[in-house]
Design a protein around this ligand. Structure first.
Ligand code: GUN
Length: 278
C-alpha cells in the first residue's frame, strides 16, 4: 500500500517559510504585492482568483485584483500588463487563463516581465536560482523532496505535454538529473512506457486515465489531474484506489498537487518582491 503524499501538509510546510520571508520583507517596510488580472466571468477562474486573494491575505501579501470585461481587447489587456510591469509597488503579475478568444494567450504571457512572472510561464528552466519556476511543476518537485523521493538517475515518465504542466515538469525532472520521457496522445503503446517509470506524473486531463496495469510495482505516482465530473466531484487522472495498491507513494485528488500550485505562487511572489527590492 502506498504512502499518501498530502498536499495540505507539504503546502503548509512551504507556506511557513513563505510567511517568514514575507514577514522579513514587511519588517523592512516592503509589502509584497501580487496583481491578478481576470478577463471575463469564467466560473472556475473566478474560484481560482478568489483563492489566490485569500491566500495572499493570510500571508500579509497585498493582492491587487483587476477584473476586466469579457470583450476586453488584446491592446487593452497589454496596456494593463505594461502598466503593472512599470509599477514598482507591484512585484508579481499574472493573467488568469484561459483568456477570451480575441486575445492571444502567448502574447500576453510573454508581455509580463520575467522578474514579475510569478506563474513562471516564461521561465527557461536553467540552473539560474533567480528564475521563478512554473508553480504546478515546482509544487510537484516540492512534494517529491518532502517525501524523500530522490529523482537523480530515476526513470521519470510525464504523461501530457501542456505548456503549463507537462513540458516544464519534464524540464524540472531533467534538471534534477532524472531520465525523462514525455508521453502524449500520439505515443505508441503508452502502457509499456508508463510501466517503465520509477516516477510517473499524470497530467493528461482525463479522469482515471492511468490504471493499475500501467504502473510498475513500487512506482511513485503523482496526479496533476483536476477533472470535474459532477458539480462537487473532482477526479484525478489516476485510478487512485487501484494504483494505491501498487505504488510506493501516491498523491490524492483532491488534496494533492492542487494545493501546491497556490503555495508555489505565494513563494514566487515573495521571492519576486525580495529580488526586486535588494
Ligand atoms: N489557469 C489554470 N491554471 C493556471 C495557472 O497556474 N495560472 C494562471 N495564470 N492561469 C491558470
Amino acid at each position: 500500500m502506498a504512502t499518501i503524499i498530502k498536499g495540505k501538509e507539504v503546502a503548509e510546510y512551504v507556506l511557513a517559510d513563505v510567511k517568514a520571508r514575507a514577514d522579513a520583507l514587511l519588517a523592512r517596510g516592503i509589502t509584497p504585492c501580487l496583481a491578478v488580472i481576470l478577463v471575463g466571468d469564467d466560473p472556475a477562474s473566478q474560484v481560482y482568483v478568489r483563492k489566490k486573494k485569500e491566500k495572499c491575505e493570510e500571508l500579509g501579501i497585498r493582492s491587487l485584483q483587476i477584473h476586466l470585461p469579457a470583450e476586453t481587447t488584446q491592446q487593452e489587456l497589454l496596456a494593463r500588463v505594461e502598466a503593472l510591469n512599470a509599477d514598482p509597488s507591484v512585484h508579481g503579475v499574472l493573467c488568469q487563463l484561459p483568456l477570451p478568444e480575441q486575445i492571444d494567450e502567448q502574447t500576453i504571457v510573454r508581455a509580463v516581465r520575467p522578474e514579475k512572472d510569478v506563474d513562471g510561464f516564461t521561465c527557461r528552466i536553467s540552473a539560474d536560482e533567480r528564475d521563478l519556476m512554473p508553480c504546478t511543476p515546482a509544487g510537484v518537485m516540492e512534494m517529491l523532496r518532502y517525501a524523500g523521493v530522490a529523482v537523480a538517475g530515476k526513470r521519470c515518465v510525464v504523461v501530457g505535454r501542456s505548456n503549463i504542466v507537462g513540458k516544464p515538469m519534464a524540464a524540472l525532472l531533467l534538471q534534477a538529473d532524472g531520465t525523462v520521457t514525455v508521453c502524449h496522445s500520439k505515443t505508441r503503446d503508452l502502457a509499456a512506457v508508463t510501466r517503465e517509470a520509477d516516477i510517473l506524473v499524470a497530467a493528461v486531463g482525463k479522469p482515471h486515465f492511468i490504471t493499475a496495469d500501467m504502473v510498475k510495482e513500487g512506482a511513485v505516482v503523482i496526479d496533476v489531474g483536476v477533472n470535474r465530473v459532477a458539480e462537487k466531484k473532482l477526479l484525478g487522472d489516476v485510478d487512485f484506489e487501484a494504483v494505491e495498491k501498487k505504488a510506493s507513494f501516491i498523491t490524492p485528488v483532491p488534496g494533492g498537487v492542487g494545493l501546491m500550485t497556490i503555495a508555489m505562487l505565494m513563494k514566487n511572489t515573495v521571492r519576486a518582491a525580495a529580488q526586486q527590492t535588494i
